[in-house]
Design a protein around this ligand. Structure first.
Ligand code: ADP
Ligand code: MG
Length: 702
């Protein structure tokens, strides 16, 4: 097997260098080929010093004229060098790791430097630039300087400090890669069949590897990237496609054929009209429920768009057909809230609702378990306490999972396994762009509630510097005096949980004894017992408390329409999705509402996030911005990100058209040959099993 040849088979790599490379995750020749260049030096994209502008990220090529150490105290030392390219000079400065640069950069060296341009007066500067030696060294044929001047595109590899110390700079790596190409040309084992390559106008794998490392032109490089990305996307989508097709073929779900009295009466009991968007998704869901293949649908809707109500319609239809529903939520607070609102809306119709949560006494729990088992209870609402073994249903037909991204695949599956093939509705209040949905949830059908109930006013969002906080409390008091309620939220992150919690509790004490001493304040946080949390939530819900002070436990799903003020302290410490969720706790009724983002600083990414909140209200747009700031994988949440982080080159947002084409091909293949049994698909099957199959705990073919 050529690809698995040890690195030591290459000239220039002894055991020592091999060990250094292995520590970087490059253990074989195949890994070396997958270690793609970080950047390329292309003569046509180089800028001359004379044309530089402040703030630009550029590459400049020239010769070092002057190099010297400045400053006397060891900690203040700087290493400065002047790079001359014939059109002018660029001053380079290094502050950290000065010693290394002193030994590496000397007058006469030809360098390509890459970095952001600054100016001091008229002198162009760059601090801590990336650089590449173009001349001298090694005696390994033509120098980069020559290559460069003959118009080649030169690959630049990233190299860690350990690699550099072991004599494995980008230059040496390039030589080693070139040798590997000569001895073990990569890509001989294709990962895509000829037909797909032809149909989609892709490079062969062998061509693509060559162009990735030693591009013949910018176009060649682009084509190589496309080939690599397309392959990744194809195989990750194939996993979804196979799962989807397998589900399509199931024919054993209960068909909800009767749309009867309960559904009608539930509809009639609503104090408001459904929005057009709600009606549309209810139609989609009812369409699924009437089929004998199980529903597997993701319902996306922005915060406050009325997803719970849609879920209730599905539950009513299940009840009309004599079937039970299980409704799972990620936190106790949320489970209790859903329980209360389901009870309020559905029990008058004779649909019996029960709660299953961790806090219950053994006796209470046993009563509920018994009722579920004998079928006297129609709807169970709960936390993950519902997935325990002891819980069994007499005729479970529908599983609903709220805020599904907070659960793992296995937890969701455990609940589904309580019936043979129940219909499944996943809900999420973190709407994400379509291509991200495909990348993370490609096997699900998707419904989107794309409108808000009538009369909602967008929540006025104001950035408030820490010093001006008192004004916020004045406004808050004013709102409370006119009958509204408010939230004040403090950050709490795992890493500094104890300190954060103490800060929140202390602030609560201060607020209630001073600035807001005249209002009725309640405190809620994760360390309280379920009973304590319940009692505080109850008092807030019923209007016995004016202000709920808490940590992010109130982030998700809490629904008190009378609340109209949300104050977020240290807003700079929250993520964009969290801020959007928190803001969604207000503006849920007819009252004009405000969200105050109190911040200590607007520097960096935090500033970007807060400014985005100020001007953007649409959850889809917010998650796009979030993905642009943090990367797509982070936006999808814990587990789905596994799929996306499996993408080394492709970006589901930027490469949307490639994703579409790869997805179509994957779904067409899965429809034609769901077990990948055909001889002509043997290549795909073996590549899939070898490299992609184990990405998901629920993977399918074997
Ligand atoms: P989310 O999508 O955030 O889960 P909810 O289902 O909790 O939203 O609904 C938010 C609020 O809007 C609830 O108080 C709910 O009763 C109300 N609501 C839902 N649908 C409508 C509607 N069509 N018209 C008016 N209010 C609605
Ligand atoms: Mg909700």
């Amino acid at each position: 097997m050529t690809g698995l040849s040890p690195l030591t088979a290459l000239k220039g790599v002894g055991p020592k260098r091999a060990a250094i490379l292995e520590a970087e995750g490059i253990a074989s020749v195949a890994d070396l080929f997958d270690y793609f260049p970080r950047r390329y030096l292309d003569r046509r994209t180089i800028r001359s010093v004379r044309e530089l502008h402040a703030g630009e990220l550029v590459t400049v090529v020239g010769t070092i004229r002057l190099a010297r150490l400045e400053g006397s105290q060891p900690r203040r030392m700087r290493f400065k060098a002047m790079l001359d390219d014939g059109s002018g000079s660029l001053e380079l400065t290094w502050f950290r790791g000065v010693r290394y640069f002193v030994s590496d950069v000397a007058p006469g060296d030809a360098l390509a430097v890459h970095g952001r341009v600054g100016f001091f007066g008229r002198q162009a500067q760059m601090q801590h630039p990336d650089y590449e030696h173009l001349s001298g060294g090694g005696g390994e044929g033509r120098s980069d300087y020559d290559l460069f001047h003959t118009g080649r595109i030169i690959p630049i590899y990233s190299t860690s400090a350990a690699m550099k110390q072991g004599g494995l700079g980008s230059r040496q790596l390039r030589t080693i890669v070139a040798r590997a190409f000569d001895r073990f040309p990569p890509g001989r084992e294709e990962t895509l069949p000829e037909e797909l390559i032809r149909q989609h106008g892709l490079l062969t794998l062998a061509q693509a590897y060559r162009e990735m490392h030693f591009p013949s032109s910018q176009e060649g490089l682009e084509a190589a990237r496309t080939r690599m990305k397309w392959t990744e996307l194809f195989y990750t989508q194939l996993l979804f496609a196979l799962r989807h097709v397998r589900l399509e073929r199931l024919r054993n779900a209960c068909r909800f054929t009767r749309s009867g009295e309960l559904t009608e009466r539930f509809y009639g009991s609503l104090p408001f009209e459904l929005t057009a968007a709600q009606k549309q998704v209810i139609r989609e869901i009812y369409g699924d429920l009437r089929k004998e293949k199980p529903m597997n649908r993701l319902l996306q809707g922005d915060v406050g768009s009325g997803k719970t109500l849609v879920a209730m319609f599905a539950i009513a239809l299940a009840a009309d057909n004599g079937l039970q529903s299980a409704f799972m939520a990620p936190t106790e607070i949320l489970a209790v809230q859903h329980y209360l609102s389901l009870k309020r809306s559905m029990e008058p119709l004779g649909i019996c609702v029960s709660l299953l949560a961790g806090r219950q006494s053994k006796k209470e729990r046993n009563t509920v378990l018994e009722a579920l088992e004998n079928g006297s209870v129609t709807v169970a609402v709960g936390t993950h306490a519902m997935i325990e073994k002891a819980v069994s249903f007499s005729r479970l037909g529908l599983v609903i999972i709220d805020e599904q991204h907070r659960f793992g695949v296995l937890q969701r599956k455990a609940l589904q396994d309580k019936a043979e093939s129940p219909h499944v509705l996943l809900m999420t209040a973190t709407p994400i762009p379509r291509t991200l949905t495909m990348a993370g949830f490609g096997d699900l059908d998707v419904s989107v509630i794309d409108g808000m109930p009538a009369g909602r006013v967008p929540v006025k969002t104001v950035l408030v510097p820490e010093q001006a906080k008192d004004r916020v409390y004045d406004l808050l008091r004013h709102e409370v005096q006119s009958g509204r309620q408010a939230y004040i939220v403090y950050p709490l992150v795992e890493a500094s949980e104890k300190i954060d919690l103490r800060a929140a509790v202390e602030s609560f004490g201060e607020l209630s004894s001073s600035v807001l001493g005249d209002l009725r304040l309640g405190l809620i946080h994760g360390q309280m017992t379920p009973e304590e949390k319940d009692s505080v939530m109850d008092r807030f819900r019923s209007g016995d408390l004016d202000v709920l002070v808490g940590t992010t436990v109130i982030e998700v799903g809490v629904d008190v329409p009378n609340a109209s003020v949300m104050v977020i302290e240290h807003a700079e410490r929250f993520g964009l999705a969290q801020l959007h969720q928190l803001r969604g706790r207000v503006g849920r009724g007819r009252h004009a509402s405000s969200c105050f983002l109190v911040h200590a600083s607007l520097a960096g990414e935090a500033g970007e996030r807060l400014r985005a909140m100020e001007t953007t209200f649409d959850g889809f747009r917010i998650s796009e911005i979030d993905a642009a700031i943090r990367g797509a994988g982070n936006v999808l949440g814990r587990e789905q990100s596994g799929m996306v982080s499996g993408l080394k080159l492709a970006d589901p947002l930027l490469d949307a058209p490639l994703m579409q084409s790869a997805r179509q091909a994957a779904f067409a293949l899965a429809a034609e040959d769901p077990e990948l049994r055909n001889r002509e698909h043997a290549l795909i099957k073996s590549c899939y099993l070898r490299h992609y199959h184990d990405r998901s705990p629920l993977a399918d073919i074997g």
